[in-house]
Write a protein that binds this ligand. Structure first.
Ligand code: FES
Ligand SMILES: [Fe+2]
Length: 457
């Protein structure tokens, strides 16, 4: 049972013990993580028949296998005495899975193919049905396999709702991994995620972005309202506004890679001098329309399956940062995306992964990485923006333990995503019916920098 002192009672206040209390963490482990859909593997990391990759969450290990009959997830344990069958990644097309302990074997479909010392076992111990590797429930979406340990939970599409259709229209399932990093952070998994759930920290944490295009941030978070409804600086010409937006794109691309890809920034730069209407709003809007059209046209010409960006930005809008409950992010600015997955290890440590995703030409010989490059969290090899974000996370974890710091206070109109997903966690811990939780999860769509919501629980 969850300690009611740790539940959210005032929506814009998050009790600090939720980020370190061992009993609360144990409740999350049993009542949240056993019942949610979680990204087990990106399919481009197992492109060939027989390719497999291990997914770990707490003590559980799952094999995700690209089999002849589709991608499947199996519990990763030998049916003899439980040894783990596969570690990290590999290909089982020729050999199947061979247990390292006594050599029993399984094929890629999970059928047992060999029992060493068969005559020494009782017949009912070797029932073929019982020797099969048990499957974990799974669903494919967006070029990824998602798993759920709860067979009674609503399906992935039903759980996530309209955000999936929006990303489908953006051809998310065609994206491939350009690079993949992982790190262990000395912080609760929720602290790590929340560093990416609002743009309000840009002014202090990413000052280079703020400097490049101050109007973007001042109009959203500062006292300067901008006044035009678009991030446009009225003291500058159309061309100067466009130049500052391009500079912002360059810094975001250097800092975040796939969120806006270098090839897209290059297209933006090539449009720096086009003729535009003098009127500020019309001029800047016209430029963005041209940018989206040119990214679409040029990348399609290069053989990439990119969506019509101008069309989908209207018909299937996705915010540049989208959070998919409980621990997955996609960050689409143009046709490419960054992506994060955050997994708890202990109450005060987690694994944070970043993928840089983009479309590749159909005939490309691109090979996606099979495993992440693992770096220390303070490595200078991370792109500049995650480096800046990571620096805050351990500091916050320490501060949360301070005497008298009973709760985080959230801006109710800007840090709502944090309040809202945390409230959904409470929905799992307190037994709110699945329909209500699902309806709440749907409301996280486009909620980045949004308000605190009332889910009716
Ligand atoms: S534990 Fe796997 S063959 Fe014995
Ligand atoms: Fe950030």
């Amino acid at each position: 049972m969850v300690d009611s002192a740790h539940l959210i009672t005032q929506r814009d206040r998050i009790p600090s013990a939720r980020y370190y209390d061992e009993a609360f963490f144990a409740c999350e482990k049993d009542q949240l993580w056993q019942h949610v859909w979680q990204l087990a593997a990106r399919l481009d990391s197992i492109p060939n028949i027989g390719d497999w990759i291990e997914y770990r969450i707490f003590e559980k290990s799952v094999l995700v296998v690209n089999t002849k009959s589709g991608v499947k997830a199996f519990h990763n344990a030998c049916r003899h005495r439980g040894a783990r069958l596969g570690k990290d990644h590999g290909n089982c097309a020729k050999t199947g899975f061979i247990c390292p302990f006594h050599g029993w074997r399984w094929d890629m479909e999970g059928e047992n193919t060999f029992v060493y010392g068969r005559h020494m076992f009782a017949e009912d111990a070797l029932d073929p049905q019982d020797l099969r590797l048990p499957e974990v429930r799974s669903e494919i979406w967006g070029g990824c396999l998602f798993i759920n340990f709860d067979d009674a939970a609503p399906g992935y599409r039903e759980t996530m709702g309209p955000i999936l259709d929006r990303f489908d229209a953006h051809n998310a399932s065609d994206l491939k991994t350009e690079w993949w990093f992982a790190t262990e952070l000395p912080a609760n998994w929720k602290v790590a995620m929340e560093a990416f759930m609002e743009g309000f920290h840009t002014m202090k944490t990413h000052p280079q972005l703020q400097r490049a295009a101050p109007v973007i941030y001042n109009s959203m978070y500062g006292n300067d309202t901008g006044g035009l409804g678009l991030p446009i600086d009225p003291s500058m010409s159309v061309r100067e506004n466009v130049a500052s937006q391009i500079r912002h794109m360059e810094l975001l691309s250097e800092g975040m890679a796939g969120m806006i890809h270098a090839k897209e920034v290059e297209i933006a730069r090539s449009l720096a001098d086009v003729d535009l209407p003098d009127d500020l709003q019309t001029g800047v809007m016209t430029w963005y329309g041209m940018f989206n059209a040119e990214v679409t046209r040029r990348l399609r010409e290069a053989g990439e399956d990119v969506p019509d960006l101008n069309a989908v930005k209207v018909s299937h809008y996705v915010h540049p940062i989208e959070f998919l409950f409980p621990n997955f992010f996609l960050l689409p600015m143009a046709s490419s995306m960054s992506s994060y997955r955050i997994r708890p290890l202990t109450a005060e440590t987690c694994v944070f992964e970043i993928w840089s995703l983009t479309h590749f030409p159909k005939d490309s010989d691109h090979v996606s990485p099979r495993q992440p490059t693992v770096l220390p969290w303070d490595s200078k090899e991370f792109p500049p923006i995650p480096q800046q974000d990571y620096a805050n996370i351990p500091e916050q974890q320490i501060g949360l333990h301070a005497g008298g710091f009973d709760f985080m206070r959230l801006g109710e109109n800007i840090e709502g995503l944090i309040a809202n997903y945390q409230k959904i966690i409470d929905g799992y811990l307190t037994g709110v019916p699945p329909e209500k939780r699902t309806a709440a999860i749907h409301q996280l769509c486009n909620n980045f920098d949004g308000p605190v919501l009332d889910f009716g629980f």
